[in-house]
Design a protein around this ligand. Structure first.
Ligand SMILES: Cc1cc2nc3c(=O)[nH]c(=O)nc-3n(C[C@H](O)[C@H](O)[C@H](O)COP(=O)(O)OP(=O)(O)OC[C@H]3O[C@@H](n4cnc5c(N)ncnc54)[C@H](O)[C@@H]3O)c2cc1C
Length: 386
């Protein structure tokens, strides 16, 4: 096996990095995950993720975690309700579609990001994750790399895998290509205890996800298992709009004023989202790696997930792709048949590039029409509800 007696460093403990760590450990590899978060509870984890049969769920099955996942996913949370800007319900996924049949291609069970992270963390050998380890730089040493972290520590690894997300600090060691702004900006907000704080909106959500369309703008929201709600405004804007708009993301009433003016045709029913949101709001300009980008494979360094192919969330595929990357990279590194590490990494990267570029194109196209005139009708048609 190519990775026998090799020290592997995965940088980033998101869905991609942790899935890979689990799969590699199942194959007897020496793995450490370096994560910049101070500990597992350091950050509020955002909107829930839906897992797809051919990617996220496939990875969980390979990781031996499907039964644990079944205990923790949010039953019924895959239900989608589509409304217009006045909150008139135009479509709700029939319950039969929101089934719990793991053999059904169209069943996309939802799980809280934090729960998924915990589930993966618990599957790892003790002390696999080294918290409070922000990757800063690395230099070539022997046949591998010496990594430097913000806490002053260093670590030698024979193989480094970048799983450090959209703003990867390792990507520049592999390619000069950078993500390109997609033209869409989102603003993320959180409301605690949505059932009591926002009874009207909570009722609309129907325990699933709510998608609202109007005036070339969108509003998406979903509940987490602790009853908190995460919402996203989503609209076309210039790349630096979020800093040039002069908004104070710590000020709820200022954010409400912005929403009233920018979502001018939208009903007042949405205002309580802003009135009750915990601050700060998080602006998220959405980026995409150029779909056709490739790079020359290296013998001891590769990347996966958002680090390799960040894409807009409009196809709901990013975390699923990251987890499938982990399956395919583990296969390439651990199965017999490849003459050397560089070949194994090259085969993994070519497949990932092909698969991710198709998905990135779909995501970009979805992002475009979802913020164009007629988006509501198109979304309804997609759900067969025109
Ligand atoms: C609004 C929104 C909704 C989305 N909805 C969905 C969905 O429904 N389904 C779906 O599949 N995808 C969805 N996505 C995409 C998904 O969130 C990402 O594609 C996925 O999280 C990528 O996983 P990853 O492991 O590659 O990276 P990440 O999840 O970004 O994890 C990277 C990890 O690396 C750590 N890190 C970063 N820099 C460093 C450093 N220098 N040193 C050490 N550690 C570092 C971070 O703290 C983090 O833990 C959505 C994205 C957004 C923005």
């Amino acid at each position: 096996m190519l990775i026998l007696n090799k020290q592997i460093a995965i940088v980033g403990g998101g869905p991609g990095g942790l899935t890979l760590a689990r799969l590699l450990q199942m194959n007897g590899a020496n793995v450490k995950v370096f994560e910049r978060d101070i500990n597992r509870n350091a950050r509020v984890q955002g909107s829930p993720l839906d897992m797809h049969k051919q990617s996220g769920l496939k990875a969980l099955i390979r990781a031996g975690l499907l039964e644990t996942f079944k205990k923790h996913y949010r039953v019924g949370a895959d239900r989608k309700t589509i409304v217009n800007e006045n909150a008139n319900v135009l479509f709700t996924t029939p319950l039969i579609q929101a089934s719990n049949d793991f053999n059904d291609e169209n069943f996309h069970p939802e799980i809280d990001r934090g729960t998924l992270r915990d589930l993966l963390l618990q599957s790892l050998e003790p002390d696999t994750v080294v918290w409070n380890s922000q990757f800063i730089s690395m230099i070539k040493q022997k046949s591998g790399w010496l990594l430097h972290f913000g806490n002053g520590k260093t670590f030698y690894a024979d193989i480094v895998i970048a799983a450090d997300g959209a703003n990867s600090k390792i990507r520049p060691y592999i390619t000069d290509t950078k993500p390109v702004y997609s033209g869409i900006t989102m603003i993320e907000g959180h409301v605690h205890d949505a059932k009591n704080t926002l009874p009207n909106i909570h009722a609309l959500i129907n325990d699933g996800a709510l998608l609202a369309f109007g005036n070339e703008r969108n509003l998406f929201m979903g509940l987490k298992s602790d009853g908190d709600l995460t919402f996203y405004t989503s609209f076309k804007a210039t790349e630096n709009w979020y800093s040039n708009a002069g908004l104070d993301y710590n000020n709820s009433s200022e954010m409400l004023n912005w929403f009233r003016k920018d979502y001018i045709t939208w009903s007042k029913i949405w205002y309580p989202l802003f009135e009750n949101a915990a601050t700060p709001f998080v602006p998220r300009p959405i980026y995409c790696m150029p779909p056709d980008h490739t790079w020359k494979s290296l013998p001891n360094l590769t990347m996966l997930g958002d680090a390799a192919h960040v894409m807009p969330p409009s196809a709901g595929e990013g975390a699923n792709m990251a987890m499938l990357d982990a399956v395919e990279l583990c296969d390439c590194l651990s199965k017999e048949g490849h003459p050397d590490l560089q070949t194994a990494i090259a085969i993994f990267e070519q497949n990932m590039q092909r698969r991710a570029s198709e998905m990135a194109r779909v995501s970009l196209a979805n992002g475009e029409w979802m913020h164009s005139p007629g988006s509501l009708d198109k979304m309804l048609a997609m759900f067969g509800a025109a």
